[in-house]
Design a protein around this ligand. Structure first.
Ligand code: AMP
Length: 190
């Protein structure tokens, strides 16, 4: 089973993905986390993308394509991926389709965590004190939310048309959301 989880920054994607990973023995492919690690390790790519990430803009589709293909092509991750933060636009969604087809896989289910901008601002300011991410100020949070609405919402529509989308109310407690997600997965897992 391969899944995608969508939601604006601060929606709780990471928390929910952690839970699904443990329960269903999947691997969480978070492009944001991979990119942040590149920056932390001061790799060539990390140095190249550091100012882009800090400004809250998306890095190029080609960069993320390479990162993602590294995982999809690996046998140990076959049909075990949960995509978090990818695809972020239609070009990436089409690329993902091609890559999955190339390695004999598909997307089985897509979740969208629905959360208001007000809640996002509150959560981001809490996370700022905990994690000290360079892209977590309120101004950048709003910018990332707008980018999400503009570029990522069309991608969600794309999966809706494919009948793969499940919209989850992300304003509720972590446990309630966990439960709804696992109930849905159980239906397709049998
Ligand atoms: P995230 O942790 O998913 O919120 O990602 C943090 C930052 O990493 C984003 O604001 C982008 O700059 C970059 N990033 C993560 N995933 C992607 C992607 N799929 N395409 C382009 N940029 C990305």
């Amino acid at each position: 089973m391969n899944l995608i989880i969508f939601g604006p920054p601060g929606a709780g994607k990471g928390t929910q993905a952690d839970y699904i990973v443990k329960k269903y023995d999947l691997y969480q492919l978070s492009t944001g986390e991979i990119l942040r690690n590149e920056i932390k390790n001061k790799t060539k790519l990390g140095i190249e993308i550091s100012s882009i990430i800090s400004s809250g803009t998306l890095v190029s589709d080609d960069i993320v394509k390479k990162l993602v293909e590294n995982f999809i092509s690996e046998n140990k991750y076959k049909n075990r991926l949960i995509f978090d933060g990818y695809p972020r636009n239609i070009v990436q969604a089409k690329t993902l389709n091609e890559l999955l087809k190339k390695y004999g896989q598909k997307i089985d289910l897509v979740f969208k965590l629905s959360v208001s901008l007000e809640t996002i601002k509150k959560r981001i300011s809490e996370r700022l004190t905990l994690e000290k991410r360079t892209d977590d100020s309120e101004v950048i949070a709003i910018k990332r939310y707008k980018t999400y609405e503009k570029s990522t919402e069309p991608v969600i529509d794309y999966y809706k048309k494919l009948n793969l989308l499940k919209v989850i109310d992300g304003e509720r407690s972590i446990d309630q959301i966990n439960k709804e997600i696992s109930d849905i997965i159980s239906l397709i897992e049998g």
